[in-house]
Design a protein around this ligand. Structure first.
Ligand SMILES: [Zn+2]
Ligand SMILES: [Zn+2]
Length: 216
């Protein structure tokens, strides 16, 4: 990624010729990678400027990293469309912009009816020099204690409200989808213990609902 020193006029917006789309600071864009086998880079536009003659337009960007581009690499809980807002800033030529995209919050991403090619989501910031994430903790679910991957199907326990991967509870995705009520193993055994130890069968089981475990 070559840097340029040209300083010129700051622009409020600019039409990228190749794609005939108007860009402005704050937009998220896809930028051509010099390696054609790699997916496009995802960036947030911070500033647009033209050189003094107006022949070249450069954009100041803040890169979003894909999981593969981080020091730790892709983890099982990383979504296909997950990106991390990095502290890595750069200056690029505006004509390497291939299109605009949307980087959703995690919550709004999980509520999308359909995920388009240009939809991404970001739930962590990434420090490119150290490989650290912010926040450095995530709520974990299931027996495998993984943060939620929005690409994976999960079923919720009616007892403890935890979420489970069908494969982690010896179930197929089809079985999980058909199920109307699900109680995880520990909720079932709690229920059984209660029934065995008490003469009065409680109408509502008084078991404690574990708050979500927090860990890295
Ligand atoms: Zn699991
Ligand atoms: Zn449960």
């Amino acid at each position: 990624m070559a840097k340029t020193r040209a300083t010129g006029k700051t622009l409020d917006s600019h039409i990228v010729k190749g794609i005939n789309k108007s860009i402005k600071p704050g937009d998220c864009v896809l930028m051509r990678s010099p390696d054609p086998s790699k997916p496009s880079y995802v960036a947030k536009l911070k500033k647009i400027e033209s050189d003094n003659r107006g022949s070249h337009v450069n954009v100041h960007v803040q890169w979003y990293y894909r999981p593969e581009e981080t020091i730790g690499g892709r983890k099982r809980f990383h979504g296909i469309k997950e990106v991390f807002l990095s502290d890595h800033h750069d200056i690029q030529r505006a004509d390497t912009i291939e299109g605009k995209c949307t980087v959703h919050t995690f919550k709004s991403y999980t509520k999308l009816d359909a995920v388009g090619n240009d939809d991404f989501f970001c739930r962590f910031e990434y420090k490119s020099s150290t490989g650290d994430f912010n926040p450095n903790k995530a709520v974990v679910y299931c027996k495998c204690e993984m943060p939620y991957n929005p690409d994976d199907l999960m079923v919720q326990c009616d007892g403890c409200s935890d979420w489970f991967h069908p494969t982690c509870i010896d179930m197929t995705a089809e079985e999980a989808k058909r199920m109307e009520h699900f109680f995880c193993q520990s909720c079932l055994s709690d229920e059984q213990k209660l029934l065995q130890n008490s003469h009065v069968i409680p109408r509502h089981s008084p078991m404690k609902v574990d708050s979500k475990r927090r860990r890295r």
